[in-house]
Design a protein around this ligand. Structure first.
Ligand SMILES: [Zn+2]
Length: 270
């Protein structure tokens, strides 16, 4: 599943090819993705100039003056810029024909991704109520500490809650908690302000690093469990159950927490 770093890398890759171009035509070969591609988008998008492209959580937004295309890569989706004569494969569901002569192609074998429409001046329900961006200016330890007051949920579930902060997936939550020395099962409300400062810093550092590494190897080496290959050898706990902790050599433990596999070192994390 593409995580925040892969989505950010996708945005950085496609944005220069989209911004300032017009969408001449939309070719929809399969309108049923996770949700049907809305008629409103099919009517409104052709003819529009793309003003800006940005990532919000794991959504990709292409803004025009009349509204924005809201895309999600789901489990297996990809967006690529190709020459217009590239023959479509069986999972190439949508092409945007661009005024540059190229196409933006959406490919998604499992069809858990989406292409939706947000009318100008409105917020799509999927984007409403999302927490701040982990790499943005309004995310830090004090913010986490404030929001965590009185919360009994495990700190890992808290960190992965999209209302608290967006885009910290299972891999990155496990690694940030290890780097900050915080046990994933500790109640969110019992983590000190100082430790939240460390956790926020580590989450930012790990995500930013993954984005940098993803820039050159985008999605070429995704292992079956979704861990980008370039990142795998740098993981401290994720996916390493039974292996020696890289810091203290105790075996890394795995438990299921909130239906997700959770990896941690019982000695390094309290
Ligand atoms: Zn350890």
């Amino acid at each position: 599943m593409p995580e925040l770093p892969e989505v950010e890398t996708t945005v950085r890759g496609i944005a220069p090819h989209l911004v300032g171009r017009r969408v001449l035509k939309l070719i929809v070969r399969q309108p049923r993705l996770r949700w049907p591609i809305p008629q409103a988008l099919r009517r409104a998008l052709p003819g529009q100039k793309i003003e800006n492209v940005e990532r919000r959580a794991k959504y990709i937004l292409a803004h025009t003056t009349v509204g924005s295309a809201v895309m999600h890569l789901g489990m297996s989706g990809a967006l690529r810029i190709l020459s217009a004569d590239t023959p479509p494969g069986p999972h190439d569901h949508v092409d945007w024909r661009l005024s540059s002569g190229r196409i933006l192609r959406f490919t998604d074998p499992r069809r858990f991704g989406c292409l939706l429409w947000q009318k100008s001046g409105t917020t799509h329900p999927l984007l409403a109520g999302l927490g701040p961006e982990p790499l943005g200016a309004d995310f830090d330890g004090d913010y986490l500490w404030r929001v965590a007051r009185g919360r009994r949920a495990p700190v890992k579930a808290f960190l992965m809650d999209q209302h608290v902060v967006v885009g910290v997936g299972n891999i990155y939550a496990a690694e940030a908690l290890f780097a900050a020395g915080i046990h994933p099962n500790r109640a969110a409300g019992s983590v000190s302000r100082a430790r939240y400062a460390r956790l926020a810093d580590e989450a930012r550092r790990i995500l930013a690093h993954a984005i940098t590494r993803g820039g050159t190897t985008l999605r070429d080496f995704i292992s079956p469990d979704g861990v980008p290959g370039y990142f795998e050898q740098e993981l401290f706990v994720y996916g390493r159950a039974g292996e020696a902790c890289k810091v203290c050599a105790s075996p890394v433990r795995a438990v299921v927490l909130g239906q997700r596999s959770t990896f941690y070192c019982a000695k390094c994390q309290r």
